[in-house]
Design a protein around this ligand. Structure first.
Ligand code: SER
Length: 339
């Protein structure tokens, strides 16, 4: 399956199961001063979780544009050496706003992975919250998972892994992650999906208050699931990145995969070109402050790595054509805002 088919099949599965397909929110969050950039699929639904807003649907599914370059979720320094981190990525998600809860969310995830995408069940390992900092073990999630996987494939982990919150304040809850065991490469086990059981709102003094209704927020990196489904050990070997790496190689006279050092620079350029293109398409302009400063930093980093590859002329703009061609069906703003 191509990445475009994978994205589509995810949204279609949840649509068939009563979810509204909601377009990705822009990378610049509307009126949320707690966020520099959209950092999770749930951001655009924050007020629904908190019970401050109602819409004409209680189930939604999205493919959300996400940036993780600051604050609580920051992957900038991993980009280059890592085969599975990005500044910009797409997060596939399904959401329930006081509708279904743990049992249905876990069953949906299991069906999507093992029946729709036919991933081998014996390669999947899951985790649940073990109980920590006064928040009890997630016995309910454990018991539900036992219907699908044997006990030795359920890990019990602490808050670091299995309690999710979008920032220092806001909706949050215990979560359950799903890992795929490749057994090979730099990441022999890779987390592909996070199911958050939203139950609390954290306030600025750190206390947790119950949400009006238990809810579901899930997130799966399209880049990682594409690598798994395309049987690659690296996100960069998938059809989401290879067209960019090929174009960079043409410009720099280099071949991706031929030299570990140039590979790092090529990955930085590919990743940062995506971030740059999607940010500018959403109206961010390089500047000295706030969002524009982060964009400028990313662009300068891409240019520095381009120089290391021997690129003496401007090259970043060359990546826009590749992205508009490959991803413009899913994100029309790449074409309409291309100039
Ligand atoms: N909000 C959670 C995450 O970003 C699940 O979608 O991982």
């Amino acid at each position: 399956m191509t990445s475009n088919e994978i994205r589509r099949s995810f949204l279609e599965f949840f649509q068939k199961n009563g979810h509204r397909v909601v377009p990705s929110a822009p990378l610049v969050p509307g009126d949320d001063p707690t966020l520099l950039f959209t950092n999770a699929g749930m951001n655009q639904f924050k007020d629904l979780f908190l019970g401050r807003e109602k819409r004409d649907y209680t189930r939604a599914t999205t493919s959300q544009k996400v940036m993780r370059v600051s604050g609580k979720h920051n992957d900038l320094d991993n980009v280059g050496p890592s085969l599975r981190h990005h500044t910009f990525f797409e997060m596939l998600g399904n959401f329930s706003f006081g509708d279904y809860f743990k049992a249905e969310a876990i069953e949906f995830a299991w069906t999507m992975l093992t029946e729709v995408w036919k991933m081998p069940a014996d390669r999947l390992v899951v985790s649940v919250f073990k109980g920590e900092h006064g928040i009890p073990r997630d016995t309910e999630a454990y018991d539900i998972w036992r219907k699908f996987v044997p006990a030795e494939r359920i890990m019990e982990l602490g808050s670091e892994d299995n309690f999710w919150q979008m920032g220092d304040t806001g909706p949050c809850g215990r979560c359950s992650e799903i890992y795929y065991v490749r057994g090979t490469g730099m990441d022999p086990e890779i987390e592909v999906w996070n199911n958050v059981f939203m139950e609390f709102e954290r306030s600025a003094d750190g206390t947790l208050a119950p949400l009006p209704a238990p809810s579901i927020d899930t997130g799966m990196g399209l880049e990682r699931i594409t690598a798994v489904l395309q049987r690659k050990d690296s996100n960069y070997d998938t059809d989401l990145f290879m067209p960019l790496l090929t174009r960079i190689g043409e410009l720099a006279g280099a071949t991706y995969g031929a030299n570990p050092q140039t590979d790092i620079s090529m990955r930085v350029v590919a990743d940062h070109a995506r971030a740059t293109t999607f940010l500018i398409a959403d109206g961010v302009i390089p500047s000295n402050e706030w969002r524009g400063y982060v964009l400028r930093k990313i662009m300068r980093r891409a240019m520095r790595h381009g120089k290391m590859l021997g690129l003496g002329e401007p090259f970043l703009h060359e990546m826009v054509a590749v992205l508009a061609r490959e991803m413009g069906d899913a994100y029309p703003e790449l074409r309409t805002n291309r100039d």
